[in-house]
Design a protein around this ligand. Structure first.
Ligand code: ZN
Length: 49
């Protein structure tokens, strides 16, 4: 599951439920929508080369 932090816009992937952003610690996180998921996967692929 991919999540987005509403405060710092950090996108991250976690198994199971998440209550806080690992970047800024904010509780304002939500599941990423389809476009955001795709973008996250693309960026991860690029980072790996
Ligand atoms: Zn955050």
């Amino acid at each position: 599951m991919v999540y987005v932090c509403e405060k710092c816009k950090f996108v991250f992937e976690r198994q199971g439920e998440v209550t806080n952003c690992p970047g800024c610690g904010s509780g304002h996180i939500r599941p990423a929508d389809e476009a955001e998921c795709r973008q996250y996967i693309e960026e991860r692929k690029r980072a790996r080369g």
